[in-house]
Design a protein around this ligand. Structure first.
Ligand SMILES: NC(=O)c1ccc[n+]([C@@H]2O[C@H](COP(=O)([O-])OP(=O)(O)OC[C@H]3O[C@@H](n4cnc5c(N)ncnc54)[C@H](OP(=O)(O)O)[C@@H]3O)[C@@H](O)[C@H]2O)c1
Length: 278
């Protein structure tokens, strides 16, 4: 097991779970203040100073709609920064490993059978494109890279779809949710608890979703039921939303390489029971 680990993005949704639940003992988790990724020189000096044997990158430009008009910044954070980290890490310590998170949005969501780790990519948004290019650049820059694709995250530490739905319900706001986009909602704690296992395998591309498929509408409905409310919510169609970015309709990540994660419903129960205030 790696002895000195750097976690980037610990203030984010996934980073929070990895910091607290992945079980790495010697974990450095600098905030943006300590290590601003906008400066390559600072990244390089930090990596040189500490000589990590594993870097877990949970940072990213993740605002899917904004990426359509702000692609330069999106490309910087999702492509150039991870490529630089991958390259620098390899130069400093060729045996060190890198975990980079990617997304189901590298696929177009038109395949009813879902997507394997080596399925051809076909992003339909700028965000998806940046994640796809980022994957390719990292794999080229560092042969010890693990690309871990995840989807539809929820969990403690930062606001997310599930807690937004429950907050809306508590405020008696009208809830209207799209019912024709399907994916695998994924509990961040399940990802965190599987990470040590991922790096026992060979470098490459992995899918780590929680199991079970849902639409956003079904996920919202399920979250409210587990919160102990059968309150009515309305459904709508993707066309009704007028979003800037196009989203995959059926982006199902198939995990064919790792032990299966628990179902998202188990994660939803844990999250709502233990982390959402009644
Ligand atoms: N959320 C999802 O549903 C989802 C789905 C599929 C894939 N993913 C992937 O999973 C990974 C983690 O996503 P997430 O939702 O946990 O991300 P997130 O909550 O948006 O967190 C992003 C992290 O990046 C940090 N960051 C951004 N710009 C930075 C900079 N210039 N310097 C230093 N730190 C910077 C943020 O720090 P601050 O707190 O200071 O802003 C934050 O800690 C990403 O690669 C994402 O593409 C997420």
């Amino acid at each position: 097991m790696p002895t000195k680990v750097l976690l980037l993005g610990a203030t984010g949704l996934l980073g929070f779970a990895i910091k607290n639940f992945a079980g790495f003992e010697c974990l450095y988790s600098p905030t943006r203040k300590d290590l601003d990724l906008n400066y390559f020189r600072i990244i390089q000096e930090y990596l040189k100073l500490h000589n990590f044997d594993l870097i877990i990158n949970c940072t990213g430009y993740n605002v899917v709609d904004e990426a359509e008009s702000d692609y330069e910044n999106c490309y910087y954070l999702n492509c150039l920064v991870p490529e630089f980290i991958a390259k620098t890490l390899f130069e400093l310590n060729p045996k060190a490993k890198l975990i980079q998170f990617s997304s189901d949005y590298v696929f177009d969501g038109k395949n009813a059978n879902g997507y394997l780790e080596d399925s051809p990519k076909s992003p339909i948004s700028k965000y998806g494109l940046s994640k796809s290019i980022g994957e390719d650049l990292i794999l080229k820059a560092n042969p010890n890279s693990y690309i871990v694709r995840v989807s539809w995250l929820f969990g403690p530490g930062k606001s997310n779809f599930v807690d937004k739905i429950i907050t809306k319900h508590k405020n008696s706001d009208k809830i209207v949710i799209v019912d024709d986009q399907f994916g695998k909602p994924t509990y961040t704690l399940d990802i965190a608890k599987s990470l040590k296992n991922v790096i026992c395998n060979r470098p490459g591309i992995y899918h780590l979703p929680s199991e079970g498929v849902a639409s956003w509408y079904e996920l919202a409905k399920n979250a409210l039921l587990k919160y102990d409310s059968n309150s009515e919510i309305q459904s709508c169609k993707t066309e009704d939303l007028n979003s800037f970015a196009t989203r995959p309709k059926y982006s199902i990540l198939i995990n064919s390489k790792l032990p299966e994660s628990p179902s998202y419903e188990v994660g939803l129960t844990d999250y709502i029971t233990n982390y959402i205030q009644a």
